[in-house]
Write a new protein. Structure first.
Length: 571
């Protein structure tokens, strides 16, 4: 508006908004199909990938902006790798290094050879077959961890082996992402036919030197500066600033590592997370960044689905079948043989084999990089995506078959693991169950211990529950919203349930499921405001303590005596 006259050049609302449209379409369709997949007891990743197919160029109807989707996917890769680094546990890896390191490397080599063999039979160049095989060799972190968590296997010996195996695979793929561009540049050179080993080793050496410089900088400077800076930001008391600081660390280091050292976004983000994991604030950093990491991870999987042409399922069914067999049968057979060769039992080998019988996020990252470097064809990419979708879909069925086999003929393997108490069904009765072992949970546990009342702790942090068990406290590692975890905690025969987690939606799920199992259970929960308290009461909580109100009443009680708590009106 200028001088009372509206400026016609300034429109009321922009109509050409490809970024907003792409994000909205991706998230909405992914939500619908992810919920459908979950309802069908499939991994939500299947729904996200199919959502990408529906809004991609290979299917009729709306087509999202593929260029923008790919840029959003890059942010998703950074945040995914940041999360991998944030949960990286060198201790877990070292505890099973004798089998995880050689096992993972041999399995990667075997699966790569199978993939390269399929590529050779299809007439692909050797480099294409090699990248194709590598993409089929690495399992999905998301799918594997979720499958183990659902069956309470993370804190067992076989869970440790599977996770350690996965860590080695991830590290191998991180190194591959660093070295592959150098190899591609050499192979794509005009005189590639005359390239000798010495010519290839020179750029590889330079790249490795840059990586070593970056790693040294992160380990020497980053591990001191980053935690120090985050502690200072946390001291401001601003949650927004702290969340922003965590994202700035993840994205800033990833971008800076690519610009200054020539390494991939993935490697920079991985080391940012790994350095931050050593800080006492790592749990809060993971919690605060989780919503954004989840959102961009979904957009990453949607963007991958947009690249998939479902026509390959009809036009090349035998090639798709061969790809799936390499992932589900070839990799699993190699893992089974390796685990058995190291002296472990039949059932343990089957568990690890089933855990690895799928491919996911690293396969997509590698395929995208291969396409960009000219090392992978779109035909090979379609087979990788088809193999991922089908193997992720089949994985729950493999575990279901494994569960049935285990129920018929359980076979204990190796000496009992002292941390395997997580698998034991609790037979306590009349006990209290504490969900969440943060400040509130620890305070509750301390009081119950002082009163010599029996209690059990449920927490989703394996290291915390392992420490509790070492101290003689019965504890389960898992999500209490899972009915199987509540069953293992013997909630049906418990006397009290204390839901001490701050996430009101998850707390509501816990309360509703516990109430269904034990209608007479006395349930206490925490909330931040009246709206949350009403939601928890509606789910079945008997008592809801509103944190800020109790703080105020406590302060009044300290200032004017305990009578103040009784006479003060509660708004």
């Amino acid at each position: 508006m200028r001088g009372g006259v509206q400026d016609e050049a300034a429109p009321h609302m922009p109509h050409d908004t490809p970024l907003i449209t792409t994000v909205v379409a991706g998230l909405v369709v992914a939500f619908v199909l992810g919920a459908v997949a979950h309802r069908l007891r499939l991994s939500p990743l299947v729904g996200y990938l199919v959502a990408g197919v529906l809004i991609g160029p290979a299917t009729p109807g709306y087509v999202a902006d593929l260029g923008l989707a790919n840029q959003l996917a890059e942010i998703g890769v950074i945040l995914l790798m940041f999360g991998v680094g944030l949960h990286f546990s060198l201790r877990d890896l070292m505890s099973v290094k004798n089998i995880a390191v050689p096992g993972a490397l041999v399995q990667i080599a075997f699966a790569t050879l199978l993939g390269a063999g399929l590529g050779w039979s299809l007439g692909w160049p050797p480099a294409t077959g090699f990248v194709f095989g590598l993409a089929l060799s690495v399992a999905s972190t998301v799918v594997l961890l979720r499958a183990l968590q659902e069956r309470h296997l993370l804190e067992t010996e076989r869970g440790h082996i599977a996770v350690g195996w996965l860590i080695v695979e991830d590290l191998a793929m991180v190194l591959t992402l660093v070295l592959l561009p150098v190899v591609a540049e050499t192979l794509n050179a005009p005189d590639a036919a005359t390239v000798g080993l010495a010519t290839l080793l020179a750029p590889l050496g330079i790249t490795l030197a840059k990586v070593a410089a970056f790693v040294a900088l992160m380990l020497i400077v980053g591990r001191r500066v980053i935690p120090w800076a985050l502690h200072r930001i946390a001291g401001t008391g601003s949650r927004e600033l702290f969340t922003l600081a965590v994202l700035a660390v993840a994205l800033g280091i990833a971008y800076g590592s690519a610009e200054l050292f020539g390494v991939s976004f993935a490697l920079g983000a991985f080391f940012a997370g790994m350095v931050l994991a050593e800080s006492e604030l790592s749990h809060r950093a993971a919690e605060d960044s989780l919503p954004l990491r989840d959102a961009f991870a979904v957009l990453f999987f949607v963007s991958v689905g947009m690249l998939f042409d479902p026509a390959v399922l009809v036009e090349r069914p035998f090639d798709v079948l061969a790809t799936v067999l390499i992932v589900v049968v070839g990799k699993s057979a190699a893992a089974y043989a390796i685990v058995r060769a190291f002296g472990y039992g039949h059932f343990q080998a089957l568990t690890i084999s089933a855990s690895l019988a799928q491919i996911g996020e690293f396969s997509f990252i590698l395929a995208t990089l291969g396409i960009g470097l000219g090392l992978l064809s779109t035909e090979a990419q379609d087979l990788i995506l088809a193999g991922a979708i089908l193997s992720i879909t089949l994985n729950p069925l493999l575990f279901a078959a494994l569960d049935r086999a285990g129920a018929r003929a359980p076979q204990p393997i190796a000496p009992p693991d002292p941390t395997a108490a997580i698998l034991e069904q609790s037979y306590a009765t009349g006990h209290s169950v504490i969900v969440g072992y943060g400040v509130v949970g620890r305070t509750l546990a301390g009081q119950l211990r002082a009163e010599e009342r029996p209690f059990l702790v449920i927490d989703d942090r394996e290291e915390e529950t392992a420490r509790l068990r070492e101290g003689g406290v019965e504890a389960l590692a898992g999500n209490a919203a899972d009915a199987a975890v509540l069953e293992a905690a013997n909630v049906a025969y418990a006397d009290r349930l204390f839901v001490a987690i701050p996430n009101v939606f998850e707390a509501g799920q816990v309360i509703a499921k516990a109430r269904k199992v034990n209608p007479g259970l006395r349930i206490s929960a925490r909330a931040e405001n009246d709206t949350e308290a009403e939601h928890l009461r509606a789910q079945g909580a008997d008592e809801v303590v509103i944190g800020r109100r109790e703080i105020a009443l406590g302060m009044l009680g300290g200032a004017f005596g305990d009578d103040a708590r009784e006479t003060t009106a509660t708004p």
